[in-house]
Structures are given as structure tokens and as C-alpha cells.
Design a protein around this ligand. Structure first.
Ligand code: SF4
Length: 680
């Protein structure tokens, strides 16, 4: 397959050896999560081991598209392995980051990295083209992620800008090495530790930083000077021009005020970081991406941070200062440097504050905690709290295990999940979008292993109409137009985005979730089209208002790889990956009874307004779904419909032999049977 560099680095930390395997051994999985899941399946004999067991295998995988200039698909790295963050089970899991690591790895000649075993002392791995070695990291251990990268940059060295040869593949580059590393949180094996790259790229929502910490693996640095062979370079360039002409942000055109809530045609991030930094910034993007959705700031605070890590503290900041200040961006920098997942603070800080206000948590409370509450709203509060967690000091000892395990330790888990004081919606993950309203987000989370964090429908069904309606504007696309566009754009399921009370538990919802799982597992997590740009359903630039999905994915993938597959054939690869992953979870003990929401989703009404499309009395409209609670019995009915849709056993939610054999996964069925976990 074209687009591959051809080799995968195979790092054995226990024996301090690095070798390579041929990417072609796993070519059928294309890249990213598919390849990483298959490697994990083959390498980890006992899938029930703990995340911190040395036998846990972590893979960092790129895709054929990485480093090729495919817009919003040239820069993602997918990490997988058993993860310590989910509660109560440490499921096999995934996470993903952007930047320039994936392209640099490809230019060095590798499609991915396998990390297994554990070193007896801290190490880092240096890769420069076809040279690689394991180095002593004792001088790096203890450093923050930014300092560690700077040390490595100076140690590996850079070539001057005037040393660039005129030919490609010349062995020279002006680039700094691309480094993926852990911070103090990872070293301390905190369950919410991230893998960081450059200023603000992080693989956060699985806790793989802690797993690397348990392996004494501080960093991998890569410098590559090669190139990638493309199947049809002319078609790739033509496709890129087509995407730019037809779908990309147009500075000269006056587009609706919801411009930030498109996907492929998102406006660049030159703004002021969501109103939370004190200075202006310029757009910054991952390699090859036209969207440039992140920022470089003139203050240097908040570089490359976006979404929750950029704003998780803004409410506390503005409560203290009357407006958001530089403290919010400084708080973003603290978690990036510590290698700590900001999402856990997003739900955790309001919970700790509420417990403190109730007198439950404090110096004299039943939960003893010495925190500087007077400085809540200052970045220094976050710094002190995160440091206590890393040091497992005082309240930090329980919180190092994550909010759910801390609540359990304090005897508060049940009551705080029932009241919604602690908004961990599933698997101990902080609520992101509300499962009671935006149900596909919630379903995908309980059917998976983490906050799903996939925005395919979210931009189009929620943000665009919701913001428009709240600001008194007409949504850019009517509910009926949106339903038609999504149905047309989502073969082979042809999804109906109906969020009415009846539809959210029906076959319509089961089909929507099936499409979403297969699409994500292949196109976004294996071919590695970026979640913030794909799937792309609506565009402000096209006559029919439709976005680049599904034509774009198919066109770019075939131009690079020469696979010559249809969009639907890619979806079938996604179904195969999803079933392999489901089988791993089954081997870990997953049963349909495990797949449920935290109690508050059934007990407490969702806050509103929350506008989504729905078909009411035969007519499409945007309805306010705020106030909705989920119905426990009907969620079970949905699950049964969904398992049927996937060809899984409805009693257990586990894949059947018939389905696995249909996907050429008969050997997986054999293993399930051997472990007594094959249904029937
Ligand atoms: S959309 Fe943003 S996060 Fe995604 S590849 Fe582009 S710049 Fe990176």
C-alpha cells in the first residue's frame, strides 16, 4: 500500500532492544487504531492484565495519510493499549494527538511505534532516520513536558536553516525533532496522565502517560528527513485544490456567525482563545492542515491549547476577577507541562468546590483537605492541587486514582453520581456533551471505553442550530435540510438524525450509532482524518449546503494509497476493527450489564435549552431537548436493538462466532470460545 513508510519500530524496554517489523504484516488494518489494535491483540496474550503491568503493550500509530499533505489528516497519532483511567475496569482504550510527530515519524521511515516491557531505569528513545537507540533519561526524569522537550532538542541538535539541501531525502532538515513525552504526572503513574508533544498537543483521555511512566519511558524523539511515496500525486494535489476551492474557509466571504462550528470549513483560530487570554494570537495548525484551529499567542500562554484544556478554569477565573484573565491560559499551561488531563479537573474542580462549600471537604471536614481556597481563580490554585495529586500528598492521594475512585474511597460515589453533584457520565469520565440530550455521544461512550469525544454529529446537529437559535438567528441549515444531508452523506446506514423522545431509543438511534462507530474506527482513528474536521456534513460554501463527507474521505484515501476502495468498503474495515476491539473488551470481561450511564442521567433532568433536530408529527424542526431524563428501561431496549444491528448476542452484548467469521476473525472467535466468553 502506498503512503506507508514501510517499517514499525519495535521497542523492547525490558531487554533494551529496538528492532523493526514490516508494516505490510498489518496492512489489512490500514493504519492507526486498526493496526494498533491488531498488534495489541497479537502481542498481549492475557488481555486481563492491569494497565501498569509491564506486559501491557502501547502502540503509537500513524496512517498512510500522515505527512502527505491531506488536509486535516496529515498529523494525527493514535495511541492504544490497556488504560488506567476508566472506572471500574481498566479497558483497552485509545487516545490521539496532533502536531508534527506523526509526519516526522513517517519521514524517518516508520508508520508506528510498539512499546513493550518496562525499563529498570528511566529511558528515552532517540530516532534519527534509520538510526535509533535507547538512552538514559535520568537527567530528564522530573522535568515538565516543555523542559524535557527543550533538553532533547538541544541534545539531538538542529541543523541551521542555511543547511537545507535542494533535493528531498537529503538527510537534512531545519525542523526540531518531534518529541512525545510524559510529565511529572506520568512519572508518578497518575491515572489521568497524558502524553504530550510540543506545546499543547496531548493524548489525554486514557491515562497512557501513566502507563509510559510505569515503563520508565520518558520520551521518544524523532527526526526524519525522508519522504512518502504517493499512489497518485497529481490526483492528491487536485483533490487538495478541490477541497480548498469548494469547502475551505473563505476570508472574503461573509459566513454565518456560527462559523466556528463547522468542521472542514471551520474558521481559523486567530481569535483570542475563546475570550480567555489577554492578548491576540495567530492561527496555528497541525502539519498539513488548512483549518489551523489552534493558536500561538503573543503572551506565550495557552499555545496550542484549545477546547477544554484552554477553558476548564475560565469559570473560576471570571468568578474571582469579574472576567476571564491570563490566569485561565496560565492554568492551561500548568496542566500541559505537568502532563495532566484537564478534563478531569473540568468535572473535578466544581465537585471539590461544592464539597468544600457544604463543609464536607476542608481542614475540619470529613474529607481532610488543605487547599488554598482563597486563591481559587488564580492559576496558582491549580498548580498546588495538581502538585498534591502528583505527590499523592493529603487529598492528592485519593485524587491520583481519578475522581471516581476518590469518590468511592470517600464513600460518596453513589450519592454524588445520583444527585449529579459529580458529573461522571460513564466509566468514571467527566460529562462532555449531555447524554440525556445528545444521546449518540452518550451511547458511543457506554458502548466504548472512555468519553467518546467524537464531534461528527455534534457540530452540525447541536452547535450550529443551538447557537443560532440562542442568538435569534436562523440556523444556517433547516432541520429538514440537515436531516436530508446527513442521510445522503452516511452510507451504508443512511443515518436519520432524529433526537425526538421516541427516536432516541429506536432502530434509528441504533443505526446512527453503528454508522458512527464504524466511521470513527476507520476514517478518523485508523486513516486518521482529524475529528475536528471530519465527518463534515454541512458547509456554508456549497450550493446544496452539504460538506465534504463522504466524497472527501474516499478521494484522499485512494489518491494516497491506491487502494481504490469505496467509502462503504472503508466502513466495512471500520466494522472489522470495532468487532476486534469488542472482542478484546469481551476477553476483559465486558458484558451488556456493564454498559450503563451514571444514575443522575436517569434521575435528574438535563439543563436546557439544548436544541437538536427532531421529527415531530411528521415535520422536522429543532426542539429544545433540555429537561429530558433518560428512561432506564428504554436505554436497555436501545442496547438490544444496537447489539442486533451489529450482529452481537443480545443477552451478553458480545460478538457471535457468525459475525466474527463473516469479518474473517474466526481466530478471535476461537479465543473467545477458549476463554468461555463466546456467546451461545
Ligand atoms: S483541525 Fe485542528 S486539531 Fe485537527 S488537524 Fe487541523 S489543526 Fe490539527
Amino acid at each position: 500500500m502506498k503512503g506507508h513508510a514501510g517499517k514499525i519500530l519495535d521497542i523492547d524496554l525490558t531487554n533494551r532492544e529496538i528492532s523493526t517489523i514490516d508494516t505490510s504484516e498489518y496492512e489489512e488494518w490500514v493504519g492507526g487504531h486498526g493496526m494498533g489494535t491488531a498488534i495489541f491483540y497479537d502481542r498481549v496474550e492475557d488481555k486481563t492484565i492491569d494497565a501498569f503491568d509491564p506486559d501491557n503493550v502501547i502502540t503509537m500509530m500513524t496512517s498512510p495519510l500522515a505527512g502527505t499533505g491531506v488536509p486535516a489528516a496529515s498529523a494525527r497519532t493514535e495511541i492504544q493499549g490497556i488504560s488506567p483511567q476508566p472506572y471500574p475496569t481498566e479497558w483497552f482504550n485509545r487516545s490521539n494527538f496532533g502536531g508534527r510527530f506523526a509526519s516526522m515519524l513517517k519521514y524517518a521511515g516508520y508508520d508506528g511505534v510498539i512499546i513493550q516491557g518496562a525499563a529498570d531505569e528511566p529511558v528515552w528513545v532517540n530516532v534519527v532516520d534509520d538510526q535509533f537507540e535507547i538512552r538514559d533519561a535520568s537527567d530528564l526524569w522530573g522535568l515538565g513536558t516543555w523542559e524535557a522537550q527543550a533538553e532533547i532538542w538541544s541534545e539531538v541538535g538542529q541543523r541551521g536553516w542555511n543547511q537545507v539541501d535542494e533535493t528531498r531525502d537529503s538527510g537534512r532538515t531545519t525542523q526540531k525533532p518531534a518529541v512525545a513525552c510524559i510529565g511529572p504526572a506520568g512519572e508518578a503513574e497518575i491515572r489521568m496522565a497524558t502524553v504530550q508533544h510540543d506545546a499543547g498537543n496531548g493524548a489525554g483521555n486514557a491515562g497512557f502517560g501513566g502507563v509510559l511512566g510505569s515503563k520508565n519511558f520518558k520520551a521518544i524523539s524523532v527526526l526524519g528527513t525522508g519522504s512518502i511515496e504517493i499512489a497518485d500525486p497529481a490526483e492528491l494535489l487536485e483533490a487538495r485544490l478541490w477541497a480548498q476551492r469548494e469547502y475551505s474557509y473563505d476570508h472574503d466571504e461573509d459566513i454565518p456567525q456560527v462559523r466556528d462550528f463547522y468542521s472542514f470549513s471551520r474558521s481559523p483560530g486567530e481569535g483570542d482563545l475563546g475570550g480567555v487570554v489577554e492578548t491576540k494570537a495567530r492561527p496555528q495548525g497541525c502539519v498539513g492542515c488548512h483549518n489551523t484551529c489552534r493558536k500561538r499567542t503573543s503572551s506565550s500562554h495557552g499555545n496550542e491549547s484549545s477546547c477544554v484544556e484552554a477553558v476548564y478554569y475560565s469559570g473560576f477565573d471570571s468568578a474571582k476577577h469579574g472576567e476571564t484573565t491570563a490566569e485561565t491560559a496560565k492554568a492551561a499551561d500548568i496542566v500541559q507541562q505537568m502532563g495532566f488531563n484537564a478534563y478531569t479537573l473540568n468535572a473535578g474542580l466544581p465537585w471539590l468546590e461544592a464539597l468544600h462549600e457544604q463543609g464536607v471537604l476542608g481542614e475540619d471536614g470529613e474529607i481532610e483537605a488543605d487547599l488554598p481556597w482563597d486563591s481559587l481563580g488564580e492559576a496558582s490554585f491549580v498548580e498546588e492541587l495538581v502538585q498534591k495529586i502528583i505527590d499523592r500528598e493529603g487529598i492528592g492521594e485519593a485524587l491520583a486514582e481519578g475522581n471516581a475512585r476518590a469518590a468511592e474511597e470517600w464513600g460518596r460515589l453513589e450519592q454524588d453520581l445520583e444527585s449529579g453533584l459529580l458529573t461522571l457520565f460513564a466509566w468514571g469520565y467527566p460529562q462532555h456533551y449531555d447524554a440525556r440530550t445528545e444521546v449518540e455521544w452518550g451511547y458511543a461512550t457506554i458502548l466504548g471505553a472512555r468519553d467518546v469525544n467524537e464531534h461528527d454529529f455534534n457540530w452540525h446537529v447541536y452547535w450550529q442550530p443551538h447557537i443560532s437559535i440562542l442568538t435569534g438567528e436562523e440556523p444556517p441549515v433547516s432541520a429538514e435540510e440537515l436531516a436530508n444531508i446527513i442521510e445522503e452523506s452516511t452510507p451504508p446506514h443512511n443515518v436519520i438524525p432524529d433526537y425526538s423522545d421516541g427516536a432516541i431509543y429506536s432502530e434509528v438511534a441504533a443505526e446512527r450509532n453503528s454508522w458512527h462507530r464504524h466511521y470513527s474506527r476507520f476514517y478518523k482513528q485508523s486513516a486518521l482524518f482529524c475529528d475536528w474536521a471530519f465527518a463534515d456534513f454541512t458547509s456554508p460554501y456549497t450550493d446544496d449546503k452539504s460538506g465534504i463527507t463522504p466524497e472527501g474521505e474516499e478521494r484522499f484515501l485512494n489518491a494516497v494509497t491506491g487502494m481504490d476502495i469505496t467509502f462503504e468498503e472503508g466502513m466495512e474495515i471500520g466494522r472489522r476493527i470495532w468487532n476486534l476491539e469488542r472482542s478484546i473488551w469481551t476477553l476483559q470481561g465486558r458484558h451488556r450489564d456493564d454498559e450503563e450511564f451514571a444514575a443522575y442521567n436517569y434521575e435528574e433532568p438535563a439543563p436546557g435549552p439544548y436544541y437538536l433536530p427532531a421529527k415531530v408529527d411528521g415535520e422536522w424542526e429543532y426542539i429544545d431537548t433540555g429537561g429530558r431524563k433518560l428512561d432506564r428501561g428504554k436505554v436497555e431496549e436501545f442496547k438490544t436493538l444496537y447489539y442486533q444491528e451489529e450482529g452481537w448476542d443480545t443477552e451478553t452484548g458480545r460478538p457471535t462466532r457468525e459475525t466474527l467469521e463473516e469479518l474473517n476473525l474466526g481466530h478471535v472467535a476461537d479465543e473467545l470460545e477458549g476463554e468461555g466468553k463466546l456467546p451461545g
